[in-house]
Design a protein around this ligand. Structure first.
Ligand code: NAP
Length: 309
């Protein structure tokens, strides 16, 4: 395909999401060439070795200054610092996007940048519990949503940049939705951050029940526990940063969850079957809505697919 949107993309942090995006951008012909930079040079070297990018840069300025697309794919806690370094080295007219799971903090950092470059904050709502360049794959964003939280900048150049970012995600199979950063952070606290917190906590709690041996937890994990361990296997650094940067929204949602949990506790204590049944019926209908929206398949998965996912 010849209709490249960009000549040269710099991928900062070619881990799971960065390397998936590199693969997808290349496959869809969105960029002509790709360079990776990572704070750990072995990671960018690995990305080049497995053919995810054309070049591995050891020098940040060198990677960024010749790129017309800069993708910040590092953990959310590092995005502010990287954005400020991008500000020092990016060429005029460059489009900068990130893929961070929290948007309020990113929007604040993006608003500090020069006006001749455009930072359009993005969050592809797609991922796995794996990390690193080897874990990525080009199809990760197929039929998934990417939320864009644009800055409030009235200039034409920024509007063009937003459209370019939208086209980029659509060319690799994603659907795009625009949102205010605060709303994004609250919505994702419900759909992603709280579930991860619960999974991390549940797995920790199971470890603490001394009368149940770890061997039993492993042996009988298909009773529900196993599905939580997949989420709890997610990258600790990435998730540390999500909770540090989305503190208020997570605390708000956690408060509501704690109240619901207390209601369940009471229903169990008092043998209130009707209340339990009502709550569980709500769970089933939400699951059905997710399947109907094409965000999951209805097939039961007993952990027996070939890759064990
Ligand atoms: P990952 O596989 O660990 O990749 C992140 C990469 O960024 C790593 O190679 C890391 O290097 C590098 N890095 C860290 N600090 C850096 C810095 N200051 N400069 C340059 N590179 C740096 O993590 P990921 O899952 O792809 O997550 C990346 C971003 O995507 C995060 O912002 C996350 O919130 C977002 N996201 C993740 C998911 C998901 O499901 N995983 C989904 C959507 C969005 P080292 O490993 O050497 O530290």
């Amino acid at each position: 395909m010849t209709d490249h949107l960009f000549e040269r993309a710099a991928i900062i942090g070619p881990g799971l999401i960065g390397s998936s995006l590199s693969r997808a951008l290349r496959k869809a012909g969105v960029v002509k060439s790709l360079v990776a930079y990572d704070k750990n040079p072995a990671t960018s070297a690995r990305a080049k070795e497995i053919g995810v990018v054309d070049e591995a840069a050891t020098d940040f300025a060198g990677a960024v200054s010749k790129a017309d697309l800069i993708v910040i794919a590092a953990p959310v806690g590092a995005i502010g610092e990287i954005a400020s370094a991008v500000n020092d080295h990016a060429q005029s007219g460059a489009l900068i996007i990130d893929v961070g799971s929290v948007k309020g903090a990113v929007a604040e950092a993006a608003a500090q940048l020069r006006e001749d470059i455009s930072f359009v904050p993005c969050h592809p709502v797609a991922g796995t519990e794996q990390s690193g360049p080897d874990a990525g794959f080009a199809e990760l964003f197929d039929d998934r949503w990417c939320i864009i939280t644009p800055l409030d900048r009235p200039d034409e150049a920024y509007k063009t940049a937003i459209n370019k970012a939208k086209t980029l995600w659509e060319r690799i199979g994603a659907h795009v939705e625009f949102m205010d950063p605060a709303h994004h952070d609250l919505a994702l606290a419900v759909t992603s951050h709280l579930p991860h917190l619960i999974a991390f906590t549940l797995v920790g709690a199971a470890d603490d029940v001394e009368s149940v041996a770890q061997a039993e937890v492993v042996k009988y994990s298909a009773g529900g526990f196993r599905d939580f361990t997949r989420i709890a296997a997610s990258d600790p650094i990435m998730w540390r940063d999500v909770f540090l940067k989305n503190r208020e929204a997570v605390l708000e949602v956690l408060g509501r969850f704690s109240e619901e949990l207390a209601v369940m506790q009471r229903a169990i204590r008092w043998g209130d079957g009707e209340a339990l049944e009502k709550a569980f019926t709500r769970g089933r209908s939400l699951r059905r809505a997710i399947v109907d929206a094409g965000q999951e398949t209805a097939e039961p998965n007993f952990g027996r697919d070939k890759d064990g996912q």
